[in-house]
Design a protein around this ligand. Structure first.
Ligand code: PMV
Length: 325
């Protein structure tokens, strides 16, 4: 029997190693964070889809099912609506819906609110229409949805929103392998600057066309770091992992995606005895991450704050998408 109300949540994410090169088919490592996106879906009679998303100031937005795919969606609700459009088309289902989203994290941090909401939507729709969808299919439908909205992306954020934990990932879900790492002593600093991932990815792609040799050399070095860090994570060798974070940051700087604020926050962290620090994600703003010994955590957090960053408390390796009671 079809269920009438479904609640789903999915975690946000932090890229640990391998941003940008992952777009070119190389591996990356990403972890799920304990700050989550929540979606509640209710079936309704009629042909309206009504959305409430208080964090992005959406109050009773409504669209009729017959307009799906025909009009330009407002940016605040485009991932929700595109998920429905893709899902309805794929499974030949349809119903009026009332949807409420709630995020435990700001969409400014770069924690992947769009990917988390997309994964929540696909999972919730499958529950509500009683359609069995494997984790791999869930990823595939979500990836198709995100690509049709923003045109670019490796899908790493979707994969970890589905699986949770910490994973080794190759573009399009070609490889998604859990890494047995447990919780990492990670400190997160927000720059206060919102980055636009698609713009940065396009910028790197322009640069790739002009300076193929240089960019390939950077990506190959990043890939060596990703592969080394995969085993060091299992061994919990934070000293060596910290060194790899610093190396990865230097390469991202050479790639041109770091900005002075990210340089300042990562330097403040390492000056305060963090094992290592780097930007996390596309660069251009959003967050940096630092790895530190327990005894130095307070000092590192203070240094990041004094350098103008906003420390965000997170726990890594959080649970993947799940149905909530
Ligand atoms: O900006 P974020 O946190 O969504 O990270 C982007 C990471 C990239 O490798 C630059 C893009 C991608 O889709 O993998």
């Amino acid at each position: 029997m079809n269920k009438k109300v479904v609640k789903v949540s999915a975690p946000g994410k932090l890229m640990l190693f391998g941003e940008h090169s992952v777009v070119y088919g190389m591996p990356c490592i990403v972890t799920a964070v304990n700050q989550r996106m929540h979606v509640k879906i209710q079936k309704m009679k009629g042909d309206l889809i009504i959305i409430n998303a208080p964090e992005v100031k959406i109050n009773n937005f409504s669209i009729s099912i017959s307009d799906l795919g025909k009009i330009e969606y407002p940016k605040e609700v485009k991932f929700v609506l595109k998920s429905i459009e893709v899902y309805f088309n794929k499974y030949k289902v349809s119903s009026g819906l009332k949807i409420t989203t709630h995020s435990e994290f700001s969409n400014l941090f770069g924690f992947g609110s769009s990917s988390a909401v997309t994964v929540c939507m696909i999972n919730a729709l499958s529950e509500i229409f009683n359609i069995e969808v494997s984790n791999k299919s869930l990823f595939d439908i979500a990836y198709k949805t995100v690509l049709s909205v923003q045109g670019v992306g490796s899908g790493f954020d979707l994969a970890v929103a589905v699986s949770g934990g910490t994973i080794y990932f190759i573009k399009g879900g070609k490889i998604i392998r859990p890494i047995n790492v447990g919780r990492l002593p990670l400190i997160v600093g927000y720059t206060g600057i919102k980055a636009d991932t698609a713009t940065l990815v396009r910028r790197v792609s322009e640069d790739y066309k002009k300076n193929k040799k240089k960019i390939e050399e950077i990506f190959n070095s990043v890939t060596k770091i990703v592969n080394k860090s995969r085993s060091l994570l299992v061994l919990k060798d934070y000293v060596k992992l910290g060194e790899l974070m610093n190396e990865n940051q230097k390469l991202l700087y050479r790639l041109g995606v770091s900005i002075p604020k990210l340089d300042k926050l990562t330097k403040a962290a390492t000056d305060a005895k963090a094992y290592g620090a780097k930007l996390s994600g596309a660069g251009g703003g959003d967050c940096m991450i630092a790895l530190a010994d327990k005894k130095d955590v307070r000092k590192v957090k203070k240094a990041i704050s004094e350098a103008g960053g906003i420390v965000i408390p997170v726990k890594t390796g959080a649970e993947g998408v799940k149905i909530e009671k």
